[in-house]
Design a protein around this ligand. Structure first.
Ligand code: 4AD
Ligand code: MG
Length: 459
């Protein structure tokens, strides 16, 4: 169908004045009176709507073409608009109904609750809110690729199906081609008979394979879906989420913290530069001060504190936390949020966590108790990045795998990297939906991914 994107008309209206245009789209609003009708038309190419003016003495409006949700093709002339909210409008010569939208269309009101919209993932994408969120998601994804591509990183596609649990948290979704059958005498027998001849699952992280690539290409990144069978049902956890995992050879923990800082500032600046309308909408309805908050992230330094120091601050806070604060225990969301929201009010790297609460692959510090690992915490959300220098010493890594009772044969390739030309290296994982929560002001991770998957939720 020959037509023009509404985005083109709205971004350079002057070049269309007094010219014939054909546009297609969905009706977002319609004011229909006896002589005139005004349609706000959206074709998905931008957040904004194009106003269509219909003089009913000249143009017949087909039955249905004034209903919210209906799709139409309009031919007419673009003219300067004297409405202060828009630069251009289209005087229609003809309106053709493409698809009628009956009155039971569930997305009627301009602003409907996010809870309600979550029950309609296939339709909520047509609202202004989700138009803004998913446009930002697309832009930030492009900026992520641009940052790495322009800094000499190779984009690595790591496998979705894997035989090892990178994080060791036991949150792997099993992948199987066999249904359970009682003739298997043991789990081993069952796995042996299965598709891969061994137990397989969906990846929780591309890191281990990312390290393989980094040992050949120096600087790599992954950007793909990862899966975790998290039992908790929180507003920050999804069972399927997208993760960006750079891995950098010849980099220690300080180097990777610097890279993570530059990277976060770069992608947030890209959103500020490229999505002002989307941010303005989200700021108006969800988070006052959103753009200023993001600008501050670009301009200010991030805080860096030791885990030990963080524990001290929390202990001295006088706060009545639900979870205990003790050296050696993990920081819970409430603790992270206290540090970011109440103490520092900006992104914070918490560095050098106790080894027992972190993953096996992290480099042991000289104190023998902590690892060269950091989480980046941001106000309102908590952890958005998990980061560490990797243990590059063969013997130390073997010892950890033994201590943790992990199956050595699952990690033989990984150990080879420490056997053949091992180098210091570091990396991190950024959760795309987590940074989107921060950038869009959405309080629930389910509102940053089109089809959210969580425990008991699969629409
Ligand atoms: O801290 P995590 O578990 O670290 C890793 O997976 C490392 N292998 C990363 C690396 O060093 N290459 O997860 C990294 C990030 C978290 O900081 C968080 O942003 C996100 O992934 N994340 C989740 N996002 C949504 N839902 C979940 N269930 C998430 N689990 C982790
Ligand atoms: Mg983590």
């Amino acid at each position: 169908m020959k037509h023009i994107d509404i985005r083109q008309i709205l971004t350079s209206p002057e070049s269309f004045f007094e010219k014939p245009v054909t546009v297609c789209g969905w009706i977002r609003l319609c004011r229909d009176s006896k002589n005139m009708a005004f349609i706000a038309l959206n074709d998905g190419t931008c957040l904004g709507h194009l106003q269509i003016v219909i003089d009913k003495s000249k143009v017949t409006l087909p039955e249905g073409a004034s209903r919210v949700g209906s799709s139409v093709m309009v031919k007419g002339t673009a003219v300067r608009s004297f409405n202060k909210n828009q630069a251009v409008e289209v005087n229609a010569d003809s309106v053709v109904l493409l698809g009628d939208c009956p009155l039971d269309y569930p997305i009627q009101k301009a602003k409907t609750s996010l809870d309600y919209l979550r029950t309609l993932p296939h339709l909520r994408v047509r609202t202004n809110t989700f138009s803004a969120v998913f446009r930002i998601r697309s832009r930030i994804s492009a900026a992520i690729h641009r940052y790495f591509q322009s800094n000499g990183y190779i984009y690595a596609h790591t496998p979705i199906i894997t035989g090892s649990d990178c994080e060791g948290a036991g949150e792997i979704f099993q992948v199987t081609a066999l249904g359970y059958a009682p003739e298997y005498k043991s789990a081993e027998e069952y796995y042996a008979a299965d598709f891969f001849g061994r137990r397989a699952g969906l990846t929780v992280s591309g890191q281990l394979e990312g390290e393989v690539m980094a040992m050949a290409f120096g600087k790599i990144y992954t950007f793909g879906p990862t899966f975790r069978a998290e039992n908790s049902n929180t507003t920050r956890h999804a069972a399927e989420f997208w993760q960006i995992e750079p891995e950098v050879a010849f980099a220690d923990i300080d180097d990777i913290i610097e890279i993570a800082t530059q990277f976060i500032k770069y992608i947030i600046k890209a959103v500020l530069d490229e999505c002002p309308e989307e941010l303005a909408l989200l700021e108006r309805f969800y988070e006052p001060g959103l753009s200023a908050k993001l600008q501050k992230v670009v301009d200010d330094d991030f805080v860096r504190i030791d885990y030990t120091e963080a524990v001290d601050i929390l202990k001295k806070s006088g706060k009545d936390f639900v979870y205990p604060v003790e050296w050696g225990l993990a920081l819970q969301t409430e603790h992270e949020r206290y540090l970011t929201d109440e103490v520092f009010n900006r992104p914070v790297f918490v560095v050098n966590y106790p080894k027992d609460i972190k993953s096996f692959y992290m480099k042991l510090n000289p104190d023998g108790k902590t690892v060269a690992a950091t989480d980046l915490l941001v106000p309102g959300v908590g952890e958005i990045i998990g980061c560490s220098e990797r243990e590059a010493d063969y013997d130390k890594l073997v010892k950890v795998i033994e201590e943790r009772g992990m199956k050595m044969s699952d990690y033989s390739n990984y150990l080879d990297l420490r056997k053949y030309g091992s180098v210091p290296h570091s990396g991190f994982g950024l959760g795309l939906e987590r940074i989107l929560m921060y950038v869009t002001g959405m309080g629930n991770i389910r509102d940053t991914i089109v089809f959210p998957r969580a425990k008991g939720e699969l629409r």
